[in-house]
Design a protein. Structure first.
Length: 379
């Protein structure tokens, strides 16, 4: 049974008052926590476009394993602004959320990284939440990212809550942030923020990922995401066949777009799985490379590769001009992932389409993926 604590990161934006830095925060917090993830001290779960239903679903699914809850987006005294199925955001009532948080047995921190939400603290404390970070005024979008970055960098390095907060405070006072504020309503420039808008309410300031009753989990199951163009489904099918034994053995979970049930929000579920995968396989072909539909997948995969939170492996399916082969001088206008070493990538057999024996190509790819998975599970 997996007993590692979960750090739940919920992000919600507003199309009418868009926070440009929210995507940066979504990438950078898992990056800061990666050392702790690698040591199997915790798991990180990202909900990129959080609705009220998403938050309740995650807390029910991971009940009593969620140790830290982080919210990033617009907020105020009355609640948190969450996304909806439509284009209009929804104010989630602070009292109802506090009641949900109070039902959790091991929730050690609620971090509300939005504007002017410290009036929610009393509600949270009444529900038994021991440690809270909230704000007493509006905060700048980039400053919120800077504070979260420094805080979770310290948490990932096994510091206590108190030390992590002090680290973040010092960092933000050193690095000023710009951009829009995270207030629910527009603030005039004459409305001056407090000297330091974040406040801590810690009853257990010495809590850390290695304190007390933290239990090391078994070897982790590696979430694997496969991205493909619909025209390349034959490759997807063969890859999934070759990975079946790893899946049956509990070493990996495998997700691809064909698993999204009819009626579900396709783009949202795709982004959710992509942001929580540890290994991302990109099935490369002319259809994939030149499709507008795959551009967001490419962008998120590249961001996560650069942040070190995911391993991106191009699976070279059909030949693409100037990509691999004997010419390794890839044009500047090609996407970043084209510079990564892909599979099968054997001399004069760089693409699956170049292998006389296609079964051998897929078996070779699966073997190399298994080696990488074993490295991750044993590290």
């Amino acid at each position: 049974m997996n007993t590692k604590p979960v750090i739940f990161l919920a992000f919600a934006n507003d199309p009418s008052n868009y926070l440009e830095a929210l995507k940066q925060e979504r990438i950078i917090i898992p990056q800061m926590l990666q050392p702790a993830i690698d040591e199997r001290l915790c798991e990180v779960l990202v909900e990129p476009d959080a609705t009220a239903d998403d938050i309740f679903r995650i807390f029910n699914q991971y009940k009593d394993r969620i140790a830290l809850f982080h919210y990033a987006g617009h907020s105020g005294a009355e609640g948190l602004q969450l996304e909806t199925d439509g284009i209009v955001s929804q104010l989630a009532n602070a009292g109802g959320l506090a009641q949900l948080f109070g039902l959790q047995q091991n929730l050690n921190l609620v971090f509300l990284n939005g504007c002017s939400n410290n009036q929610q603290v009393t509600l949270l404390q009444q529900q038994g939440i021991q440690n809270i970070i909230a704000t007493n005024n509006f905060i700048k979008d980039q400053a919120a990212v800077n504070f979260a970055k420094a805080f979770y960098q310290a948490i990932g390095a096994k510091n206590t809550l108190n030390n992590a907060y002090a680290n973040a405070e010092a960092y933000v006072k050193t690095i000023s942030g710009q951009g829009e504020s995270r207030a629910l309503f527009w603030k005039s420039k004459d409305t001056a923020a407090a000297d330091f808008p974040w406040e801590k309410y810690f009853n257990q300031p010495d809590w850390s990922l290695i304190s007390g009753t933290t239990i090391f989990g078994e070897k982790p199951q590696i979430p694997l995401f496969i991205a493909n163009h619909p025209a390349d489904e034959p490759c997807l099918t063969e890859l999934k066949k070759q990975l079946t034994l790893l899946k049956r053995g509990g070493m990996i979970s495998v997700f691809d777009s064909t698993q999204i049930p009819p009626g579900d929000e396709y783009d949202k579920e795709l982004k959710r799985q992509l942001l929580n995968a540890r290994i991302i396989l990109l099935i490369i072909s002319p259809d994939f490379l030149y499709s507008d539909d795959t551009q967001e997948i490419e962008a998120i995969a590249t961001e996560r590769h650069k942040a070190g939170t995911a391993i991106v492996i191009p699976v070279l399916y059909k030949e693409v001009a100037d990509l691999r082969g004997e010419n390794t001088d890839i044009p500047d206008y090609y996407p970043e992932f084209a510079r990564l070493r892909g599979l099968p990538d054997e001399y004069r057999k760089w693409f699956i389409s170049q292998w006389p024996d296609k079964d051998a190509a897929y078996a070779y790819i699966a073997k190399r993926i298994r080696e990488r998975i074993e490295q991750l599970r044993n590290s």
